[in-house]
Design a protein around this ligand. Structure first.
Ligand code: PLP
Length: 375
């Protein structure tokens, strides 16, 4: 198998799975329980929190576990708007956010908020000035992702944060694709809310975390219940998931430079090999080490993904082909229909080898040579 879809999700290393098994079978106490197994579970939970907080460069008291990146994004958006309810009902975001942000903002528009969607250029880039120019006196929230999940573009969150410093608008960044892939700390970013997720970096699915700091205060609880997570996100903690997330983050941190250099080398080798295919176009800047988007204009991405899948090569349709419609990201970049419809995303992980890329290059070339393009 040649798994080249690590931006969708990653395999869990055995070491991470073993850590989780130990928590499930031995360290299973409820962290709220007053007796020893409960106290031990609570201590472990706080150690795990400190690991993720350390990786983000924040204090453990600023980090709250969530069920996924989507939850963190939704929570941050609602909390920021609640805090700034007297500032106004305007939101600035980009046209290329993940649906975890876009669909939440769309819903808020139905509830009476207004939103400005900043568009990228043809290369998928967004300048801080464009975002700041959209900010108004009644802007309560700016939400701009750190790394785009389709193109790998890294957005200038630091500059946006600097431009918002003296404004009431709070800044949220969806760092799900950026965490432990591109260098940052919450301090260097300057965002007030930063959402991350475990399963993009070797952790299990179903666990994420939200940093709240900077101008964020009086944080609106995500849920109401038994008081866990400083009463902001109650519910019995997902201790095994959290332990797996922390172990995975620790493993990444230990080998960070080497892992990211390996992924970048895969991306660069893929550029070289796929560049040999006539007509193939590279889409977006691929700033992040793990994402490369390419198009075979005229060859529908669903067909490419399906055919490669039959050969055990797994990539994703960049044009998430929702009922045949090109992705909102590629559309916002202004790609023509044939190029957008032919776009696939290749994404690399810790175990990706150059042989995986050779297999992909051969299969893409064969696809191009044996299939007729659509008109
Ligand atoms: N944001 C981005 C940029 C993503 O790529 C994803 C997942 O694909 C998410 C948010 C959602 O994360 P989760 O799957 O943990 O809900």
């Amino acid at each position: 198998m040649h798994y080249l879809d690590h931006a969708a999700t990653t395999p869990v290393p055995e070491e991470v799975a073993r850590t989780m098994l130990a928590v499930l079978t031995e360290g299973f106490g409820n962290p709220s329980a007053q007796y020893e197994p409960g106290r031990a579970a609570k201590a472990r939970l706080e150690r795990d929190r400190a690991v993720i907080a350390g990786a983000l460069g924040c204090g453990p008291e600023q980090l709250f576990f969530t069920s996924c990146g989507t939850e963190g994004d939704n929570w941050a958006i609602r909390a920021a708007l609640y805090q700034n309810r007297r500032v106004g009902k305007h939101i600035v975001t980009t046209a290329v956010e993940h649906s975890a942000v876009l669909q939440c903002v769309k819903r808020l528009e139905q509830e009476g908020y207004t939103a400005s969607y900043v568009k990228p250029d043809r290369d998928g880039r967004i300048a801080a000035d464009q975002v700041l120019a959209a900010v108004r006196e009644d802007t309560a929230l700016v939400s701009v992702m750190l790394v785009n999940n389709e193109t790998g573009a890294r957005f200038p969150v630091e500059e946006i944060a600097a431009g918002l410093r003296d404004k009431p608008a709070l800044l949220h960044t969806d760092a799900v694709q950026g965490f432990l892939k591109v260098p940052f700390t919450v301090k260097s970013l300057g965002a007030d809310y930063v959402a991350v997720s475990g399963h993009k970096l070797g952790g299990p699915k179903g666990i994420g975390a939200l940093y709240a700091g900077g101008k964020a205060k009086n944080i609106l609880p995500m849920l109401f219940g038994g008081g866990q997570e400083s009463n902001l996100r109650p519910g019995t903690e997902a201790t095994a998931q959290i332990a797996g997330f922390a172990r995975a983050a620790a493993l990444r941190l230990e080998g960070l430079e080497e892992i990211n250099a390996r992924m970048s080398a895969c991306r660069d080798y893929a550029r070289e090999r796929l560049g040999e295919i006539p007509e193939l176009r590279f889409i977006g800047p691929a700033d992040a080490p793990h994402i490369l988007s390419v198009s075979l204009p005229g060859y529908p991405s669903q067909n490419i993904v399906g055919e490669l899948g039959e050969k055990g090569i797994y990539i994703s349709a960049g044009s998430a082909c929702h009922r045949g419609k090109a992705s909102h990201v590629l559309t916002a970049m202004g790609l023509d229909r044939r190029t957008a419809a032919g776009t696939v995303r290749i994404s690399f992980g810790t175990e990706t080898s150059l042989a995986d890329i050779d297999a992909l290059a051969a299969a893409l070339l064969e696809h191009k040579n044996t299939r007729f393009p659509m008109l």
